[in-house]
Design a protein around this ligand. Structure first.
Ligand code: ADP
Ligand code: MG
Length: 248
């Protein structure tokens, strides 16, 4: 059994059943500090469910999830966010009526008290952070545009920015380039290669060209289990992987 001390995130023997169906089946998954892991696998393999388990949205039936060597299995979603795990869902959840600046500003963490939330001031620290993140997500020319004016890809970047401004130690993205143009995909790869400098990232993705441009290691999920794990070359050459996934 691996020693979880070396990992940022460790899932061990994790299972979850929905009405008797094992969507995740005795899964072991270890993510290093500073690693960008991509999870691939056919539809229904359990990829999104794994993220739901890590962020506390779905409770596991058995097993253990440790973050920084601390058991997070029974914590609620908000406490898991506070520990430094940020998660982006498949559909962007931004405030369409607010500007890019305002979307980033309201995502800036400013304490948990009611007073903190009501009477915050626009400090230079917040303004600097908003500008730094806007630059990273290619939206520094759009700070004053309402979010509804952005392209689909720009909205995805904005939501990533809203997570980045909270400075999570682990960022999880579910199919971030779905619906993006080829140029937007390339820029998203550039963004993730920048993001990874201070944190770990888990990305679920189908686009193999995109996966190739970002992944340190790839985990292939199939029927709620790890079918294969390793570098991109080994994964693409793996006959079992070809059969269940890449061949389609
Ligand atoms: P993927 O993201 O790999 O396409 P999912 O994790 O979304 O797969 O789903 C894995 C399986 O679990 C699917 O069969 C799905 O229908 C089922 N499932 C996921 N979430 C729930 C839920 N909350 N209730 C019941 N079944 C679910
Ligand atoms: Mg999914």
């Amino acid at each position: 059994m691996a020693n979880s001390t070396n990992f940022l995130l460790a899932l061990e023997n994790v299972s979850v059943s929905f009405d008797g169906f094992k969507a995740v089946n005795d899964l072991n998954l270890y993510i290093d500090k500073g690693e960008l892991r991509v999870i691939i696998g056919p539809n229904g393999a359990g990829k999104t469910t794994v993220l739901d388990l890590i962020c506390g949205r779905t409770k596991l039936s058995s097993g253990s999830i440790k973050f920084n060597d601390r058991e997070i299995t029974r914590l609620n979603e908000q406490d898991i966010v506070q520990l430094g795990i940020g998660r982006k869902f498949q559909t962007p959840s931004i405030y369409e009526d607010l500007t890019v600046f305002e979307n980033l500003e309201i995502s800036f963490p400013r304490g948990r008290s009611v007073f903190g939330a009501l009477f915050w001031t626009r400090t230079s620290e917040i303004i600097d952070q908003v500008h730094a993140i806007a630059h990273m997500i290619f939206l520094d020319k759009h700070l004053n545009s309402p979010a509804e004016m952005l392209s689909h890809g720009q909205k995805q970047w904005l939501e990533i920015g809203m997570l980045l401004i909270q400075d999570p130690e682990l960022l999880m993205l579910d199919e971030p380039v779905a619906g993006m143009s080829v140029a937007e995909r390339a820029k998203t790869a550039e963004l993730l290669n920048e993001v990874i400098k201070n944190r770990s990232v888990i990305v679920i993705e189908h686009d193999m060209k995109f996966v190739e441009s970002i992944a340190h290691r790839v985990t292939v999920l199939h029927q709620g289990k790890v079918l294969a794990e390793g570098g991109m070359d080994a994964i693409q050459a793996n006959p079992e992987v070809k059969e269940v996934y890449l061949g389609h």
